[in-house]
Design a protein around this ligand. Structure first.
Ligand code: SF4
Length: 166
């Protein structure tokens, strides 16, 4: 069985571009997030609803995801086909507010942060989280010149692969 020693502290080396589109949610995650925000409403008072919206990726319109809002401070190497947006829960210091607010209230971030974010850059394939190859041709979101991929444009993917041991 594969074991990843990849640490999300590695994330501070990039623009948090993985959060640029928000995240698609698994069953129960929308309810957990909205309950968390309601319990800590003073920490999220600046956010304008809706916080969770319908999906906008072809084939995922019937799914729910976190809202995205404009962001204009990406670096020069930011992929041109990515929108200049960020998840509504990403703060100006590139921290996930679901995680950060959990920690300041001594709650477990795993209870509210979506599993896709917690496992990133691993992806769920056939019921198991795996580190993707990172190659453009293997990128499941590569639909051609218009949108040549998602995971293969993440700087952390090669570091994550290097740090996986069998
Ligand atoms: S929920 Fe947090 S980690 Fe996930 S995309 Fe939003 S800001 Fe990023």
């Amino acid at each position: 069985m594969e074991e990843s020693t990849y640490s999300q502290s590695e994330c501070f080396g990039c623009d948090a571009r993985c959060c640029h589109d928000g995240v698609y949610l698994k069953d129960g995650e929308e309810e957990r997030i909205l309950d968390f925000v309601a319990r800590h409403s003073e920490d999220f008072a600046d956010l304008k609803p809706p916080l969770i919206v319908d999906g906008d990726w072809p084939g995922q319109e019937d799914e729910r995801k976190t809202e995205k809002i404009p962001r204009d401070d990406y670096g020069d190497d930011y992929p041109a086909h990515f929108t200049k947006t960020k998840c509504i829960f990403l703060d100006d210091q590139k921290r996930c507010r679901l995680e950060y607010v959990s920690e300041i209230h001594n709650e477990d971030p795993n209870d509210v942060k979506p599993i896709s974010c917690r496992m990133f850059p691993m992806r769920l394939e056939n019921g198991k989280y795996v580190v993707p190859s990172g190659k453009r041709e293997d990128d499941p979101d590569n639909i051609g010149d218009e949108y040549p991929g998602f995971i293969s444009f993440m700087p952390c993917i090669n570091r994550a692969k290097d740090m996986v041991k069998s």
